[in-house]
Design a protein around this ligand. Structure first.
Ligand code: SAH
Length: 674
């Protein structure tokens, strides 16, 4: 743990010229992987050591200067606008260099950066190991299903820091206990009022749907949404009334389901305050169904299914009308309870903050129009002291325990978190807050998913909302379309070190740029593989269309969606009908795989899951994005190839066999490349 990589300090690299000074219109962001660039780095701090040489005017105009390196005894070129330095003469109009992922988060003009506000913990500059690159430097490659070296090519409109409290295990434990209580209450309400189980995953979808609207104060518990009644929750409950219908396996099951539906419909009409006319219609249809069941011998599977469809068509409108108020009541109760819980969490947060002389800040307005490289979410206030978390490393996994609550994470994923932290966290140079912050992430996601990941390991249906693309697909998206950013991810499933996630607060230390719907992207190449939630998907497509129509700089989204089509217009349809659509391909069910949503606790052998649904890939790009990253036949072909089942395992095998391999597969140990 916390193994610092030995890297040699270069004396002539102390400070990058702040990117704030760069007029963004002068730069065209593109992907440039500079991590192992054998170039001199940074501005010549001591001009006496360097002789400056003249360059042609066009070069000077683009920010280039030529210097003599005494140490190396040869000339080199430095760009005062971007901070890039090269041994060789750069080509004119060279694409934009991205010195470190987040220049603005790292080198702000003094006093201008939000991180410094009210922080009781001294705000640290990026750790030295981050800054060291160059011919002598060793490069620490963390092998795994990710590539944390890819630099961002995303430019956004600057935003103010968030007003959340920093991660705090005590607050998180409290918040999560309340969310679990809320989930439990939802189940009980569905059971007692509608005699059904809470529809599977509908609570999670509700959380995601609410996030589209929520302007409340809690990062997890919805607390300020309009309308208060969630249509997604309402529809999902309604869909399972009077009973949840499943596709029967055998004829006997089809018969049973028909009769169960009829019974349940009858019972609802008898026990509720139904309109006389509705009661009459349902009773008549139910009686007729029972008569049909009694008199029909040798009915087939299809006969039963047709009969059920007919019965449903006749009864459902009356059932819906009868239970409407009661279902709305469930939605309202859950929402109000959630808002109350959010207030309680806020009170607890305030007590802890007060002990440290801090308080929760107000929401800052976002009036900025400044374009900046996309950097991780920052906080308005500083971090309090955090309680100790027990860290119990084992061979392949580590256990993190707080107040008897033990959370597990694979050793490789913990190392990944450490790398992400090193890249994106600016207030904890000594990694003193690292373990508590990882504990909070694990706790948040376990509670969000409603599972104990260590016991849910065997179950395959957990958790679609976190399933990710195979490594081979990410590699290809990066290679072919310069993708450097995931619009939907978590620190546990991200492939790139820059991504949006559901939880701006606890994920920010690990690179999150917050909710995708809040990201005002101007340019860059994105991959979007959203969790399944119709409202989120529709809002996502609307958001992308807005961004695409407002920007003339290259902007591209490769969207990956399940091929679910409902009778009503869906987010998928919106994407298909978008004026920015450049291409669409569908991969049939069972002809591709995903990575399990619990990849951070599973064994390698349990990771790849065949997709039981088709997957649609859609390219939405503005003109400049299309010119740069358009879905040409070759690129699309390569992507489809990367999706083929088994490609990831094959890639692992090849890495194992590779003579240059230093003990890594995509889920294995670290490699130190010199
Ligand atoms: N990054 C992987 C996995 C995507 S799974 C890939 O691209 O294949 C979808 C992820 O989106 C989950 O981790 C989920 O927590 C996250 N998510 C949910 N709501 C979100 C939101 N509003 N904005 C950004 N991410 C969100």
């Amino acid at each position: 743990m916390n193994e610092e990589v030995e890297l040699k300090v270069q004396e002539d690299r102390q400070m990058w010229p702040p990117m704030d000074n760069v007029p963004i219109s002068n730069i065209v962001p593109t992907h440039t992987n500079i991590a192992i660039s054998p170039a001199p780095q940074g501005a010549p701090i001591n001009p006496n050591n360097f002789v400056e040489y003249e360059l042609p005017f066009e070069y000077v105009q683009q920010g280039w200067k030529k210097f003599w390196s005494k140490r190396e005894n040869r000339p080199y070129f430095w760009n005062k606008l971007t901070g890039e330095s090269l041994w060789e003469m750069p080509p004119l109009n060279k694409p934009q260099f991205d010195p470190i992922t987040d220049p603005l988060g790292i080198c702000p003009p003094v006093g201008a950066h939000p991180v410094a506000m009210q922080s009781p913990i001294p705000v640290a500059k990026r750790r030295p190991s981050e800054e060291l690159v160059g011919p002598q430097a060793k490069k620490f490659v963390l092998a795994g299903p990710w590539d944390l070296d890819v630099q961002t090519n995303v430019v956004i409109i600057e935003r103010p820091p968030c007003n959340y409290m920093h991660s705090h295990p005590e607050v998180e434990a409290y918040r999560c206990s309340l969310l679990s209580k809320l989930r439990q209450c939802y189940q009980e309400l569905c059971h007692s009022r509608q005699s059904i189980d809470a529809p599977k995953e509908s609570f999670n979808r509700w959380l995601m749907e609410r996030k589209v609207l929520d302007t409340g104060c809690d990062p997890l518990l919805p607390s300020n949404c309009y309308p208060e009644i969630s249509m997604s929750m309402y529809k999902e409950i309604m869909n399972d009334i009077p009973i949840k219908l499943v596709r029967p396996k055998f004829t006997g099951d089809a018969r049973k389901q028909l009769s169960r539906y009829a019974e349940a419909a009858k019972s609802i009409m008898e026990s509720r305050n139904a309109e006389a006319e509705s009661r009459k219609v349902v009773k008549w249809n139910v009686d007729e169904t029972f008569q049909w069941l009694r008199r029909t011998v040798g009915a087939t599977y299809d006969d039963f299914q047709d009969r059920l469809a007919h019965l449903k068509q006749q009864c459902q409108p009356h059932l819906t009308e009868t239970v409407k108020v009661s279902v709305e009541g469930i939605c309202l109760k859950i929402y109000n309870l959630s808002a109350e819980y959010a207030r309680k969490v806020r009170e607890k947060s305030n007590i802890i903050l007060k002990e440290h002389g801090l308080e929760l800040p107000p929401v800052l307005p976002n009036n900025s129009t400044r374009k900046v490289w996309c950097y991780p979410i920052q906080f308005q206030i500083g971090c309090t002291r955090l309680p100790v978390i027990e860290y119990l490393p084992d061979r392949d996994q580590a256990m993190l325990r707080f107040q008897g609550d033990t959370l597990v994470i694979n050793a490789t994923h913990l190392q990944k978190m450490e790398h992400l932290y090193r890249h994106s966290c600016f207030d904890d140079r000594k990694f003193e807050l690292f373990i508590p912050r990882v504990w909070v992430v694990l706790k948040r996601y376990a509670t969000f998913l409603g599972v104990n990941p260590s016991s849910a390991v065997a179950s395959n249906d957990v958790h679609d909302t976190q399933a990710s693309l195979p490594v081979t697909v990410f590699e290809c998206l990066h290679r072919m379309f310069a993708v450097s950013f995931e619009c939907f991810a978590s620190p546990l499933n991200c492939y790139f070190k820059q991504y949006c996630s559901a939880f701006a607060d606890c994920d920010s230390y690990f690179g999150s740029r917050g909710l995708f719907l809040h990201l005002k992207a101007v340019s860059g190449s994105f991959e979007a593989h959203p969790p399944y939630c119709e409202e989120l998907l529709e809002a996502t497509i609307d958001h992308m269309e807005r961004l695409l129509s407002e920007s003339h700089e290259p902007l591209s989204f490769v969207i990956i969606l399940p091929d679910y089509r409902e009778p009503t217009p869906t987010g998928l349809q919106r994407a298909e009908e978008s004026q920015f659509k450049r291409k669409q391909v569908t991969i049939p069910a069972y002809e591709h795989e995903f990575r399990h949503g619990l990849q951070h606790v599973l064994n390698r052998s349990e990771l790849n899951i065949r997709s039981t649904h088709g997957t649609v890939i859609i390219w939405l790009q503005n003109q400049a994005g299309f010119s740069r990253w358009g879905p040409t036949e070759d690129r699309v072909e390569a992507l489809l190839e990367a999706f083929r089942p088994g490609r990831e395992r094959e890639r692992d095998r090849q890495e194992l066999l590779s003579p240059t391999r230093q003990g890594s597969t995509s889920d294995n140990k670290d490699v130190l490349v010199h």
